[in-house]
Design a protein around this ligand. Structure first.
Ligand code: 5GP
Length: 198
């Protein structure tokens, strides 16, 4: 029996094209997992067990990537979540607020922030500063997707899955438009007419 599923037409009719296939996502996530595990082993050595890093997933877009990435790690890792204000129903950015915060203090902890996509850089530069102010021992930034041409605020990513050069609005593999498309197994560009005139 074939395991290939047919996606509902309502999920695919506004998709312009697939930008990153499920197989490419899988392969790159495994590579990142190996790289991140190696780096934390180098940084923490035998102290890794008492100094377990915390993966901080940014709700909601990063959870799919976080689930795959953390399972590709060969080191111990804890989970926590933050929710910066999202684009809501729109594809345009607005001012940043924190809708959900961490459930524990991070003083002296090593943090790996996991984001779906970096656009202007506002979210990650704000969060990194905030976490360092709270006394984190280190803050590393990992983003599945990066749109460097759109950057307004300098931010150095420690790990990047894929660089996106095209001017496209992306959905799938956790990323939404108006809360839809998160469960697509790939990353796709949305047809401009699907969000223009909103
Ligand atoms: P930044 O603060 O870097 O401007 O924005 C990052 C956030 O913008 C991401 O977490 C995501 O919510 C949203 N974003 C930016 N570009 C896209 C995109 O192409 N598709 C989707 N779905 N969200 C995006």
């Amino acid at each position: 029996m074939s395991s290939k599923k047919v996606l509902d037409e309502s999920l695919t009719r506004d998709i312009e094209c697939i930008m990153i296939s499920a197989a490419q996502l899988q392969a790159r996530t495994q590579e990142l997992g190996r790289e991140i595990s190696r780096d934390y082993r180098r940084l923490l050595g035998s102290a890794l067990e008492e100094n377990t890093p915390i993966a901080i997933g940014l709700l909601r877009g990063a959870i799919t990537f976080m689930a795959d990435l953390t399972r590709a790690l060969s080191i111990p890792i804890e989970y926590d979540f933050m929710q910066p204000s999202s684009y809501g129903q729109s594809h345009e950015a607005g001012p940043l607020r924190l809708l959900h915060d961490l459930t524990q203090p991070v003083v002296g902890r090593h943090l790996l922030v996991i984001e779906d996509i970096v656009d202007t850089g506002q979210t990650l530069s704000y969060l990194k500063e905030k976490l360092l102010q709270r006394g984190a021992a280190s803050v590393k930034l990992c983003a599945l997707l990066d749109k460097p041409a759109r950057r307004q605020q300098a931010v150095t990513l420690d790990y990047t899955g894929f660089c996106i050069e095209q001017d496209a609005f992306l959905v799938g593999y956790g990323l939404d438009y108006a809360e839809r498309y998160r469960n697509l197994p790939y990353v796709a560009a949305l047809k401009p007419q699907a969000y223009q005139g909103e």
